[in-house]
Design a protein around this ligand. Structure first.
Ligand code: FAD
Length: 398
């Protein structure tokens, strides 16, 4: 079957990646983005090995490696005892072409995708275009889009809802989004202060457990991002205040003088998975389909795995290699991964960091140290934390 056009709601990393895979397969695409330009906010920065492998196939990985920071090691630390479990991702060599994480922010990635998509005249990215509602029949899907010129109707063979956590497409398709929102929110402060120079053996990706206040320290180009939980009762103004920010950062490393910060942001944190990923000609992908807490860096990575899985199927259908029923496998292959792997792993990562019972915390840290020191155990740990296992399970589902 020749696909005449695929509509995509949302020019985030997931929608734009789907657009690139489809464009490379010769399928005309229109991407509708609600905002006036690509998002510049600081969210994902961690790239896992299998996602880098996929980017290799799309011709993007060289630029990602050139502009990002290669993180060979990841660490799990205990703030009070100082114990460090350090995992060497080189152990994954042979399982992936990229045995490391890369720290490369998602706003750089969507810009890169926009440059690559410019080479495809049949790919249109329309800004200030708020996808609102849809209708569909056996032949086509019709999308209503609010633009500065009024409501427009656009038709396509299929629609991908990659319009993020508050997806209008999910709502318009009447698909439930069960799960939970944590009472606490996460606070991210970005500072140019070089924690690597003062904290012993710090690597680029550090999970630091603590009874009082756990944190995640991530190196990105030119800065460190420090992620902390915040109590539900703490008002936004207090979380974001100079005084509270200073207190939190001084807790990471007590230094003379104040910390300068470049960005401060608070996020709500959820664990949710859409009840369906497909309704007829409409598909959900990325944050529109699943949300998880960011500890472990799996949200965008998992969303990119969705985008490539779905777009590859549409491309095979377009080339006449498969029948339309192949599209049903998308939900079968991706939805259980969001529940059993991404949500399960990130929820466990959060529990480990926030464990308050000293004995339980020590047991976990001892176990992490034991795993890090044993190459076979470390490899098994890394296969799980870098999403290799999740993808293998997904690929084994028919
Ligand atoms: C603090 C933090 C750190 C994170 N770190 C990581 C990490 O290191 N690694 C990782 O894998 N993940 C991480 N994540 C998760 C990651 O940011 C998301 O999973 C990712 O942004 C999802 O991409 P997406 O394209 O599905 O959605 P989004 O990035 O939300 O993009 C959706 C796009 O759709 C647009 N849109 C919304 N509504 C409409 C509409 N009605 N019509 C048209 N357009 C619309 C939006 O403007 C936006 O451009 C992190 C998240 C947070 C909060």
């Amino acid at each position: 079957m020749t696909i005449k056009r695929v509509l995509i709601a949302g020019a985030g990393p997931v929608g734009m990646t789907a657009a690139l895979v489809l464009s490379r397969a010769g399928i005309p695409v229109t991407v509708f983005e609600r905002d006036a330009g690509l998002a510049e906010d600081l969210r994902a920065s961690t790239w896992h090995p299998p996602t880098l492998d996929m980017m290799g196939e799309l011709g993007l990985v060289d630029q990602i490696l050139q502009d990002g920071l290669i993180a060979r090691y990841t660490q799990h630390r205990d703030r009070k005892s100082g114990a460090i479990a350090e995992f060497d991702m080189e152990l994954l060599r042979g399982e992936t072409d990229h045995p490391y994480r890369v720290q490369y922010e998602q706003f750089r990635f969507t810009r890169l995708l926009q440059q690559h998509l410019a080479a495809f005249p049949d790919c249109r990215i329309v800004f200030n275009a708020n996808a609102q509602s849809l209708t569909q029949d056996g032949e086509r899907v019709l999308l209503s889009v609010e633009t500065p010129n009024g409501i427009e109707q656009h038709g396509g063979d299929y629609l991908i809802g990659a319009d993020g956590s508050r997806s209008n497409i999910r709502r318009a398709a009447n698909i439930d989004f069960p799960g939970l929102t944590f009472p606490e929110r996460f606070y991210v402060a970005t500072t140019a202060f070089d924690f690597g120079k003062v904290l012993d053996r710090l690597c680029y990706v550090n999970y630091i457990a603590d009874t009082d206040e756990w944190c995640v320290l991530l190196k990105v180009i030119g800065s460190w991002r420090c992620l902390f939980p915040t109590p539900p009762e703490e008002p936004d103004a207090e979380v974001l205040s100079d005084a509270k920010t200073e207190e939190r950062l001084q807790g990471v490393w007590k230094k003379d003088g104040r910390y300068d910060t470049e960005h401060r942001t608070i996020y709500n944190v959820h664990q949710r998975v859409a009840a369906q990923y497909r309704l007829g000609r409409v598909f959900l992908a990325g944050d529109a389909a699943h949300l998880n807490n960011p500890i472990g860096g799996m949200g965008m990575n998992g969303g990119l795995h969705d985008a490539i899985n779905l777009a590859d199927k549409l491309a095979a259908l377009h080339r006449g290699e498969v029948r339309e029923t192949v599209l049903d496998a998308y939900e079968r292959q991706r939805r259980p991964i969001a529940i059993d792997h991404v949500n399960a792993n990130t929820a466990r990562n959060k529990r480990v960091l926030e464990e308050r019972d000293p004995q339980a915390r020590k047991r976990t840290q001892d176990e992490l140290c034991r795993q890090a020191e044993d190459p076979a155990l470390a490899r098994a740990f890394l296969r799980k934390s870098s999403m290799i296992d999740a993808l293998r399970v997904s690929q084994s589902i028919q």
